[in-house]
Design a protein around this ligand. Structure first.
Ligand code: GLC
Length: 653
């Protein structure tokens, strides 16, 4: 059952696509405090709080304070309160009461989940305006299913987007891309996509291609297609200010960029230097921005990633001017503890400054709204611009799209990647923690920068990370400029990487089948154990294992120099210790805690009783997967009980 409550005059974000009557009175069980602009709920001692999608910390969010505040910050540490997204859905799981609750408010909110008081969950709003949806159902699965039913079906990518993608900031020219492909193919490593980071553009101008480094782009896209490779270019939120640049000229002439209070277009800066931001919240401007993707679609491109759409701001022209003026005041002075830190803070705080988010406005549904009030919608609506355009421009064929920033509702138009993580062991586990939360919020197509974006990857870290990523719909190896090169073929044990990548392709029939069932039935691909074993209190505490689809449980190794790990089995299971599609051992294990050895090149897959894992064979790319060659591995059941979903992988559904 879903009930809607309203506080104040909420902005309609279009996250929810179904109409509900608004109930009078308070949200049952929640106490409203007008002065604090908060709602509080008393948690029972063993209540578990899931949700919040892409953020920091564990699956059970209890014991920290989180924010709904999309941020461009590559330090994904435990001390942070938000990452790139705002997914304001919570799932409270208790013995006495379980429910889901969605706070639809596109501005700043805090979720104090037992941080100030371990027993209190307090949600505080900067603007006390929200549509609140309370969802009650018989089980956690049902609650999520009902919630997903009101936010609309999750985005479905083309099937090739389940293949391996290789990325780097940046492959600078055609030859460098060719070299990557040659190395993959030459080493017998399957590959479906190579990502083009910002340097493919001409001077970081969206929807342009550098003609020196990619002299005949369409021909190159075609050349790659012939080798079974899709090129996936990045699109950034900021449009370079440059006379004669068509996108800039058109956007200016039509008034499609965001403006300051005085009516002037906001001048911010990102990669190309000074930019304007398209007002993607304005329906007309959104359509126009979406139409820009056509140039690349026409060149044969069928996948994109949208970036810097929190939006990330290096500086705004106005703020920079203020900073330079203030800095002059410090010149020649004896800077002491106070003044030195003030001085340093001036420059350090220049990027993504909250004040800048109050300097400009959107034209949203005919109203002028200051950006900070709808801040968390920007990435969502940029991606919606693309998604809606793809429906017009490519009505039959699916297009790959994922974004860095997002809000619930964007899950209808694209997936997400989890941004600028680091080559840290803790980030393998962070990625695992994020997956079920993302799924609850509707984001099924997702994955992390495998191997880590920042810092230097080691061979063992990359291998262990891959052993998790072979289960995530998006499997992309990506890393930052200046870090150690981390393409799989650059490391010593190529054989193990090759086998694991091949194992991914053998798992695609199952992963795609389970992904599609989740998308078509408003379900989850990744579930915490408590979803299937609700009466098992021990299972509810497991934070480093996941159920992937109906048949299997995974337990990745995420610590360095470990030759195995402890695994909790809520029931008897069949362990497959897998090194490649052909090289695996099976062993039946009884319910309980076990120390399970797992060599560096091995993946642990546990098949649940009464279930079947269909396993294919390796293939050079997704297109070449032979659907006829599937082995069904059952545990205590008939191999035919598993229903394998498949389709042509491109037609829109
Ligand atoms: C941002 C993105 C990252 C990309 C870089 C350059 O940091 O998150 O993935 O490589 O920008 O475009």
């Amino acid at each position: 059952m879903i009930r809607k409550f309203v506080i104040g005059s909420p902005i309609d974000t279009e996250a929810v696509i179904r109409e509900f009557p608004v109930e009078a009175g308070e949200v049952p069980g929640w106490e409203r405090n007008e002065a604090e602009k908060s709602l509080s709920y008393s948690m029972a001692p063993d209540d578990i709080v899931y949700g919040l999608g892409e953020t920091v910390r564990g699956m059970n969010k209890r014991g920290w304070i989180y924010e709904a505040d999309a941020q461009d910050d590559p330090n994904h540490t435990e001390g942070r309160h938000s990452l790139y997204a705002a997914h304001n859905f919570l799932l409270i799981y208790g013995k006495a009461r379980s429910f889901g609750i969605f706070f639809d408010n596109p501005g700043m909110m805090t979720f104090d989940i037992g941080y100030t008081d371990h027993d209190i969950l307090k949600v505080t709003f900067r603007d006390f305006d929200a549509a609140i949806y309370l969802i009650e159902a018989a089980s956690l699965k049902e609650i999520v299913h009902e919630f997903r039913g009101i936010i609309g079906r999750s985005y479905i990518p083309p099937k090739w987007a389940f293949g391996v993608g290789q990325s780097r900031w940046s492959y600078m020219d055609e030859d460098e891309v060719r070299e990557v492909v040659r190395n993959y193919r030459g080493n017998g490593m399957p590959l479906d996509a190579v990502y083009l980071d910002i340097d493919y553009m001409d001077a970081y101008k969206d929807f342009t291609v550098n003609e020196k480094t990619f002299p005949d782009f369409s021909a190159f896209v075609q050349e790659m297609k012939e080798q079974g490779i899709h090129l996936v270019p990045i699109i950034d939120a900021g449009v370079k200010i440059e006379k004669g640049y068509r996108v800039y000229e058109e956007g200016t002439a039509r008034g499609y960029f965001v403006r300051k209070a005085d009516g002037q277009n906001l001048v911010a800066a990102v990669w190309p230097g000074k930019v304007h931001f398209p007002d993607v919240l304005n329906e007309e401007a959104r359509k126009w921005f979406g139409d820009q993707y056509k140039v690349l679609l026409d060149a044969g491109i069928d996948g994109f990633w949208n970036d810097m759409n929190e939006p990330a701001v290096f500086y705004t022209e106005d703020h920079l001017k203020e900073v330079f003026e203030k800095i002059r005041e410090y010149e020649g002075k004896n800077l002491d503890i106070r003044s030195f830190f003030e001085f340093r803070g001036l420059v350090a705080g220049i990027s993504n400054n909250p004040e800048d988010y109050r300097r400009f406005y959107h034209d949203y549904k005919g109203e002028k709204i200051r950006h900070d009030k709808v801040h968390n919608l920007f990435g969502d609506y940029m991606t919606r611009a693309a998604g809606e355009a793809f429906e017009r421009l490519s009505p039959d064929k699916r297009i790959l799209m994922f974004s860095r920033s997002s809000y619930i509702g964007m899950h209808r138009y694209g997936g997400v990647w989890t941004g600028d993580n680091s080559s840290w062991w803790s980030h393998i586990l962070l990625n695992l923690h994020q997956l079920p939360g993302l799924n609850m919020a509707g984001f099924l197509y997702s994955g992390a920068d495998t191997g880590g974006f920042g810092s230097d990857a080691t061979e063992d870290l990359l291998m262990r990370w891959l052993e998790l990523s072979i289960f995530t719909p998006l499997l992309r190896n990506h890393s930052a400029m200046g870090t150690r090169r981390q393409e799989f073929y650059r490391f010593k044990d190529k054989n193990s990487f090759r086998n694991l990548l091949r194992l991914r392709y053998a798992l695609i029939p199952y992963l795609y089948s389970e992904f599609m069932k989740a998308a078509l039935n408003d379900g989850m691909l990744f579930e915490p154990l408590s979803f299937e074993y609700p009466s098992d209190a021990r299972a509810a505490e497991v934070e480093d294992q996941l159920l992937v689809g109906e048949s299997i449980m995974i337990a990745p190794v995420y610590t360095q120099n470990a030759g195995g790990r402890y695994v909790y089995l809520p029931e008897d299971m069949k362990l497959l210790r897998m090194r490649s599609p052909k090289d695996l051992d099976a062993e039946e294990m009884v319910a309980g805690d076990h120390y399970v050895p797992c060599a560096l090149n091995e993946v642990l897959v546990f098949i649940r009783p009464g279930h079947v894992l269909p396993l294919g064979e390796d293939a050079e790319n997704v297109e070449k997967i032979d659907d006829a060659k599937i082995t069904r591995i059952p545990f205590r059941t008939d191999p035919d009980v598993y229903e394998l979903y498949d389709d042509d992988g491109v037609t829109r559904l």
